[in-house]
Design a protein around this ligand. Structure first.
Ligand code: PLP
Length: 396
């Protein structure tokens, strides 16, 4: 008889977004006249920029002509896009070659798939609060997971310690959900630690485009020594509004070798076995993001979200609420006022002012007592939510 992967039985129910949706649905059925403002979801609200739309349209036209039609794309990515992305890195002073870049359908897909490169016996370190996919993907694979709690005291960017040595280390900077960023100095400590212990860092750079401060690395490969211990996973979802269009990229240096096995070659072998490439049309659109016009346009969209962040941060500052994020990231992570639990605070916001956010404990135990606001909504809703929040905080 077939034996299923019993590790699925060890997954905790993903009740977070389901739980939120249920509560909001119930509330709106009972209060149909109330306008609910959603600051919970991590999806973008602005459309793709003009330059990307033109490139996508051109890609569609190419598929209509025999002379320009494209069939299967190379499994590791179209050469034109691999070169474009590698040049984007090189312009920032990070020396990677075209064939160290792999085009993907997005960071989520890649964060799951990349675990094929690691032995089942490897252990994984997850700095919490964390994007839930890190834990779940390793539970499915049956790996041992070490949860390293971060806190407001260490700015949610803990340093490595010799009591928590694992084979795989997840680092997400800028972080979802805390919005915290690792400085070059802090990241260097993790790189040295990984090289010392033979660990591999999976660096999630999905929000790198939101970094605005100097000395905050956009890529782990800005750090000396990272090419022998890191894989970087990136996405155009938040950078350029590709959440529904789907495109990402992964950098695996050829210098990353363990037990005589080269991770770059292994990934080529994996991709050529498990994929038939990403759509030509989407890759055409993706390449447009890296043009001068594309960069100007995506930065305008990011500035719009940053404007939302400023509006919310002004309220939090004015009401003395402690928080991280909002500056180099599209999330604001706040300490629930009056010692409230994160679900208690969720209920309070929904009942009193009809604002929906995300309870921190959905990102691991270390998120208890915290709450996440997303800045990806419209300006109009953010302004209205900020007003309502200000009145609520003042009344507590
Ligand atoms: N990594 C982090 C930290 C995220 O927050 C998200 C999406 O919210 C992803 C990866 C997934 O991005 P993608 O849309 O490219 O799958």
């Amino acid at each position: 008889m077939t034996k299923p992967n019993m590790n699925y039985a060890n997954l905790k129910d993903s009740y977070l977004f389901f739980g939120i949706a249920q509560k909001v649905k119930k509330y709106s059925e009972l209060n149909p006249d109330k306008k609910i403002l959603r600051l919970g979801i991590g999806d973008v609200s602005l459309p793709l920029c003009k330059t990307v739309i033109s490139a996508l349209t051109e890609g569609v036209s190419d598929q209509a002509e025999k002379s320009s039609f494209q069939g299967y794309m190379p499994e590791c990515g179209a050469p034109f896009l691999r070169t474009t992305i590698a040049e984007f890195y090189r312009k920032k002073g990070v020396d990677i070659s075209d064939d160290e870049v792999f085009v993907s359908s997005g960071a989520s897909d890649e964060l799951g798939d990349i675990l094929d490169l690691f032995d089942k016996e490897n252990s994984a370190l997850v700095i919490e609060p964390a994007y839930p996919a890190y834990v779940d993907a390793n539970v499915i694979a049956g790996r041992k997971i070490i949860h390293l709690s971060s806190s407001i005291e260490n700015g949610f960017t803990p340093e490595p310690d010799e009591d928590h040595i694992t084979d795989i280390i997840y680092i997400c900077s800028p972080n979802n959900p805390t919005g915290a960023v690792f400085t070059k100095e802090k990241l260097k400590k993790w790189v040295d630690f990984a090289n010392r212990h033979g660990s591999v860092i999976l660096f999630d750079a999905a929000y790198e485009a939101f970094i605005e401060q100097d000395n905050i690395p956009h890529s782990i490969f800005e750090i000396d020594g990272a090419i022998t211990c890191a894989i970087e996973i990136c996405s155009l979802s938040k950078t350029a509004g590709f959440t529904g269009t789907r495109l990402g990229y992964t950098v695996i240096p050829k210098a990353l070798v363990r037990s005589g096995m080269n991770f770059n070659s292994m990934w080529v072998r994996n991709r050529t076995t498990k994929t038939n490439g990403v759509s030509y049309i989407i890759q055409k659109g993706g390449a447009a993001v890296f043009t001068d016009e594309g960069q100007i346009e995506i930065k305008e969209n990011i500035a719009y979200y940053k404007g939302n962040a400023k509006i919310l941060m002004r309220v939090l500052d004015g009401c003395g609420i402690e928080y991280t994020g909002g500056v180099n990231a599209p999330y604001i992570w706040l300490k629930c006022p009056k010692g409230l639990g994160s679900w208690e605070f969720f209920d309070l916001l929904l009942d009193k002012i009809q604002v929906v956010g995300t309870p921190g404990e959905g990102f691991g135990k270390a998120g208890e007592g915290f709450f996440r606001f997303s800045t990806f909504g419209s300006r109009e809703n953010t302004n209205e939510a900020a007003d309502r929040l200000k009145h609520l905080f003042k009344s507590l």
